[in-house]
Design a protein around this ligand. Sequence first.
Ligand code: ATP
Ligand code: MG
Length: 596
Amino acid sequence: MLSSDTTNTSAPTPSDFIRDIVAEDLRTGKHSKIITRFPPEPNGYLHIGHAKSICLNFGIAREFGGVCNLRMDDTNPTKEDVEYVDSIQEDVRWLISGWSDQVLALKIRGDTTGTGILPLNSPSVSPAELEPFYASDYFAQLYGYAVTLIKAGKAYVCDLSPADTDRYRGAPDRPGQDSPWRERPVDENLDIFERMKNGEFPDGTRTLRAKINMTSPNVWLRDPLLYRIRHAEHHHTGNTWCIYPMYDFAHVLSDSIEGISHSICTLEFEVHRPLYEWILDNLPVPQPRPHQHEFARLSLSYTVLSKRKLLQLVNEGLVTGWDDPRMPTISGLRRRGVTAQALRNFAYHIGVTKYNALTDVAVLEHSIREDLNKRALRRLAVLRPIKVVIANYPEDKVEHLDALNNPEDPNAGSRKIPFSRELFIDRDDFMEIPPPKYFRLRPGGEVRLKYAYIIKCDHVVKDASGHIIELHCTADLDSKSGGATASRKVKGTIHWVSAAHAIDAEVRLYDRLFTVPEPDADGDFKKHINPHSLEVIKAKAEPSLKEANPDFRYQFERLAYFCLDKDSQLSTNSPQLIFNRTITLKDAWAKETQKK
Ligand code: ATP
Ligand code: MG
């Protein structure tokens, strides 16, 4: 499977400040086993920013002999859905498959105690029996922890409305004010909290809050909400609960319950860390405790990375779905033909820092090209065909010429390409009145047909309206490999297909979805959508592509990298092939920017 998605083109092991901390914690014995977690909220599909986090968390587990738990951070029933739970699992498995199956910890189906954990590649259990961790599986335990805080006088039920709660909280430059319910007696708190759980009160009427400090400079410590009332069905727990824990409370305790050693998140959670610690300090949690570490999130030029905004693109029909090949989602990139290896190489290449910065999408594109160059099978295809007739080539003759599958990979072998009197070449490779230094085909000029002969254009045939319909050429019949003039040099080489043998294929030419480097800089990202981000054309391809394989990647020589789209119909007698352009061979945008 040399050219398939599983080809290993690995990058060296990275080092960064988080890995240094992990190594130090192992050395000092603070932790004897490394357990990280990737905790997406199932309210959308994963994007390439999540890929950075996945590669970091699973990468650390892999490098330090640990495991990484895939956990659904599912505390907000109204925005979440099983569709997202399923897509997240698929994307995570795809991204780490062949790399670190042994470090993906999932649970055995039905086991809610957290003890029946097995690695994904364990021979004794099939992947179908494994499911991710769910924060919602801990709701009963979290409820117990909340009761413990109430009993210790460290949490209270507050009857302020949501608007008043905000008002009383103050602002970073203005201290907050104690809620009138702050000194509610413990017994009353216990009673009302239980009745909240039993569904006696409508949404928004009461909350459970931690009693910390309403004048703290850190607003997250100003008696943060721990629970709110939500009469909503939950995708995993159904109607069991009508109170739901807030992110900060659920997250740290889920980490603790799962025995997480390093809880790695993005920088905006740095201000939440004192609350993370407060909760652990004030509850009887097992040792060693988890610690939170923050790193800079990925921002990518010409891209929006926020599930909320990506959802808008999907809902408003600006793309065809979450897996539209123009989307920066993991499923979109996969459908476009980007391999898991290329994404992992990209994540390693950009590294992990403490400073937010915009990463140039050209860096991602470079990783994609580098990876595809090593694995893609070379094929000939003509995107905008123009007929070439070789006048001195016998009408009924067909030759089968040798062509290497991949010059970068000696094991990729070779194939035969049929050559005959009538061919197609790309319209872009012919100019009637060419500019200086034009080395492709022109009237009276010569080019080499890749793997075949040198031809000369003798005559241009046009229709009544002046459109070129055919080029009449003659070939130097000794110029093929092994022939007397095989070593003769001409300046241009172009690709071609034999007209009688070529197969039809739909080709979807994708480009960047946005026209400006920071589409969301003015808060109106939809205004900057690239109207030319998709062009669909009918192409002619060499016949060996009849056997195109969805797991393989292709380079249409001189053009771009392609993969089969899932819309292709492969199992019929006349297969309908649809190819997605993953990426061009060279960066066309770099040229554009230089011109400006
Ligand atoms: P979004 O803002 O796109 O909705 P999110 O942070 O709300 O993303 P979560 O599902 O909560 O999405 O994220 C799961 C994990 O992925 C978190 O640990 C989060 O820090 C990390 N993550 C999310 N976006 C990025 C990003 N752009 N770069 C790196 N890590 C990210
Ligand atoms: Mg989030």
